[in-house]
Design a protein around this ligand. Structure first.
Ligand SMILES: [Zn+2]
Ligand SMILES: [Zn+2]
Length: 145
């Protein structure tokens, strides 16, 4: 989504758009997908060097609480932030080679439905990282054993 379209949408949803929030959302959309707080900070520094890393952290956390951003540990040892746009998606992450596969929400939508039905519990499945072994790594471990 274009950053300005996103900002308009947020204003319409009644969010207070401080300069920091606008700058950080713009940086995230320029980074195209997932970015860590450090990456966002490096991007923000290009046009707003006065915004320091702790401000970036605080703002990212506030935007996650507002569900404007989602936050997931994708195995790089730090949280990855991402702009929430419509349909949720998830990631399959190979612990062997680090390969990341995008997982459509339909796989987890069925599980969410079953949890709602059996427990009356509405789970938040907005951004999942599922760790395991990819097909390539599985076949190479089988060959070596
Ligand atoms: Zn993601
Ligand atoms: Zn792999």
């Amino acid at each position: 989504m274009h950053p300005f379209a996103l900002l308009d949408q947020l204003r319409q949803r009644g969010f207070r758009l401080t300069k920091q929030r606008a700058v950080i959302l713009q940086a995230l959309s320029e980074l195209d997908g997932h970015a860590s707080a450090e990456q966002v900070h490096a991007q923000v520094c290009r046009y707003s060097p006065e915004i320091d890393l702790s401000t970036v952290y605080r703002t990212l956390e506030a935007l996650c609480e507002l569900r404007v951003l989602s936050c997931a540990d994708l195995g790089q040892g730090c949280a990855q932030f991402e702009i929430v746009t419509g349909a949720p998606h998830h990631h399959l992450i190979c612990q062997g080679c680090g390969h990341v596969i995008l997982l459509d929400h339909s796989y987890l939508a069925e599980a969410a439905e079953a949890i709602r039905r059996d427990f009356g519990f509405d789970p938040i499945f907005d951004h999942f990282a599922i760790f395991g072994l990819c097909a390539g790594c599985r076949s190479s471990t089988q060959e070596s054993t």
